[in-house]
Design a binder for this molecule. Structure first.
Ligand SMILES: Cc1cc2nc3c(=O)[nH]c(=O)nc-3n(C[C@H](O)[C@H](O)[C@H](O)COP(=O)(O)OP(=O)(O)OC[C@H]3O[C@@H](n4cnc5c(N)ncnc54)[C@H](O)[C@@H]3O)c2cc1C
Ligand code: FES
Length: 278
């Protein structure tokens, strides 16, 4: 089945949000806290994304990396013109925001289970609210494992916050691809950390986000360890334009990822990712 491509409908105008704080989070990465400068958008759920507009440049999809009341937090890595403009924005400036868009992680489906949160690079951003929500509800879930892969020690995100996750009882593992002289931790791909995690497949759920190659390797390993594919939630990326299921830019097989994703069960994502150039 293919998705018919229709002309983009005029998108809703973006809501104005003011940048309250900007925190540098490693080379080329910044975390922005935004508050409504007028009417607030409807509430976002962890895993959903906004189309964030740098005036005069354009808009890009960014996941929410924290949600506090009407405030939205986004962590942006500068890779091109728009993400660079958002990365460089200063407190006090106004951005346009549309949303909320897409599916969320649906943490409630994992009540009572051990949680395996596996993140590569900027993929930790959409998973951060999952970690914080799990820690805010002690007793609702089993053990919380957070496995983080970064290119270098300097590329790790939320380093101070990761310490607070440890202090609150999460088992946090971090590995880097390229260590520096001071690094004494793990080196290698994030799937290597999974070997040291003990979990009962029938009582676990996994949430995975990162580069597609890392998602495939992690999901494959989790299935190999006995986790059911519909207990593995992954967040996928495709180019997005409208965010509302009308332009077809984000098509993946029969799905429009802005509407049917970005978060999918591995049972649904796996067959689509195994077809080259889909
Ligand atoms: C649902 C969803 C949620 C996302 N959440 C976040 C988020 O929370 N934080 C964040 O930083 N990014 C996130 N992204 C990715 C982000 O939208 C892109 O990095 C952005 O669209 C790039 O736009 P640009 O105009 O700056 O660069 P472009 O001009 O589009 O790209 C510049 C160069 O970077 C490459 N590029 C584009 N996207 C990526 C990418 N994702 N990774 C590596 N290289 C890339 C391009 O191939 C090109 O070579 C998300 C994407 C999706 C679909
Ligand atoms: S259909 Fe337009 S971005 Fe998904």
């Amino acid at each position: 089945m293919t998705v018919s491509r229709v002309s983009p409908r005029p998108a809703l105008p973006p809501a104005a949000y003011r940048v309250v704080t900007r925190t540098a989070d490693g080379p080329g990465v910044a975390t922005l806290v935004l508050e409504p400068a007028g009417a607030a958008l409807p509430p976002f759920a962890p895993g959903q994304f906004a189309m964030v507009y740098a005036f005069g440049r354009g808009d890009i999809p960014l996941s929410v990396s924290a949600i506090e009341g009407e405030r939205l937090t986004h962590t942006v890595r500068a890779v091109g013109a728009i993400s660079r403009a958002l990365h460089d924005v200063r407190p006090g400036r106004t951005l346009g925001v549309r949303g909320p868009f897409g599916t969320g992680w649906d943490l409630s489906a994992a009540f009572g289970r051990d949680l395996l949160i596996v993140a590569g690079g900027i993929g930790l951003a959409p998973l951060r609210p999952v970690v914080n929500a799990a820690l805010a509800a002690p007793g609702r879930y089993g053990r919380l494992h957070v496995l983080i892969g970064a290119r270098t020690p300097g590329d790790r995100l939320y380093t101070a916050e990761a310490e607070s996750w440890r202090a609150a009882g999460a088992r946090v593992g971090v590995t880097v691809d390229r260590p520096d002289g001071a690094w004494t931790g793990d080196v290698g791909v994030v799937t290597g950390l999974l070997d040291r995690v003990a979990f009962t497949p029938a009582r676990a759920a996994a949430f995975v986000c990162g580069p597609e190659v890392m998602i495939r390797a992690t999901a494959r390993e989790l299935v190999h360890r006995g986790l059911a594919p519909d207990r593995i939630r992954v967040s996928l990326e495709r180019t997005m334009h409208c965010g509302t299921g009308h332009c077809g830019h984000c098509q993946l097989g029969p799905l429009l990822l802005c509407r049917d994703g970005p978060v999918l069960d591995w049972s649904r994502a796996r067959p689509l990712l195994s077809v080259p150039e889909l």
